[in-house]
Ligand binder design. Structure first.
Ligand code: SF4
Length: 289
């Protein structure tokens, strides 16, 4: 499989998307911010928010000095706002315990709030150019197809070993990792792989006639009508108000199912994204009494 390295690197040099967090001069902190945002949100939605974020808070200490409500407002419509809270906590730990410098080794990165196996390796690889395997859903799918001849692969610890075996030994390893991810994101996509544009000369799945996945493809998660949507609507009210709002101001945003609305509000309180004032009103975290 050694030919995969030059084929993929040549293709990446020609076809890579111009993403701002991949440009020279972007700091490790700014790479880390991009990885937090990209965890569950597409590139197109992340890009403008990331630009504003790193211009406003270019370092961990600048982020840590912001109020939690400012961070939640800046997160905007990226969704899954617990990530914003975790990013703020992560910034605080880096600022206070790591001299405002993002750690470069995977084990230390894994001790930080909000950083899991993927993000730790992504930061070590993309920010510090370490030769570590980075496996997200795109990489997992490409490797399942190219190496194992399967349509996709469930997450497993073997993924890291599979990708580690493909990594070149030299300084090209980080570029190879990002190229593998890019191939999965833009060519070897889950639903409609564009094999006619694929730079790889060999692919076990293609050679064996595209055998179907053992289990049916997961359907895209719906958003309309979910607790996530209701939480988003409640947070919108609080983002738009710099002081606490009444229960009635929140209740009116979701009249379809009052039990669902109450559940969504309770979960925002439990997550620490919203707080209740002593007179019973509601505010974004840090903007209560
Ligand atoms: S040949 Fe098709 S299935 Fe195989 S890696 Fe390329 S795009 Fe994916």
């Amino acid at each position: 499989m050694t030919d995969i390295v030059p084929q993929l690197l040549d293709w990446y040099d020609r076809e890579q998307r111009d993403l701002p967090w991949r440009r020279p001069g972007v700091s490790a902190w700014q790479v880390l911010v991009s990885e937090f945002m990209l965890q569950q949100t597409p590139v197109a939605r992340v890009e403008p928010i990331w630009r504003e974020w790193v211009a406003r808070w270019p370092t961990p200490s600048a982020t840590a000095a912001a109020g939690p409500a400012d961070v939640l407002r800046a997160w905007g419509k990226l969704g899954y706002p617990r990530r914003a809270k975790r990013l703020h906590e992560c910034a605080t730990v880096i600022a206070t315990e790591h001299g405002d410098v993002v750690p470069s080794d995977v084990d230390t990165l894994l001790t930080l709030p909000g950083i899991g196996a993927y993000t730790a390796r992504a930061v070590a690889c993309f920010a510090y150019r370490k030769r570590v395997p980075v496996v997200d859903t795109n990489v997992r799918r490409v490797v399942a197809r190219v190496v194992h001849g399967r349509a996709d692969s469930p997450s497993s610890v073997r993924d890291l070993d599979d990708v580690a075996r493909l990594l070149p030994d030299d300084g090209d390893a980080p570029r190879f990792s990002v190229a593998l991810m890019e191939l999965g994101a833009t060519v070897c996509t889950a639903r409609a792989p564009r094999c006619g544009l694929c730079p790889l000369g060999r692919c076990a799945w293609r050679s064996s006639g595209y055998p179907p996945a053992a289990s049916p493809a997961r359907r895209a998660q719906r958003y309309a009508g979910t607790d996530r949507q209701v939480r988003g609507k409640l947070l919108d009210v609080l983002r738009d108000n710099s002081s606490a709002v009444t229960r009635e101001q929140l209740d009116v945003v979701w009249l379809t199912d009052t039990a669902q609305r109450d559940r969504a509000l309770a979960s925002l309180l439990v997550d620490g994204l919203v707080e209740q004032t002593s007179d019973g009103r509601f505010a974004l975290a840090g903007e209560g009494d």
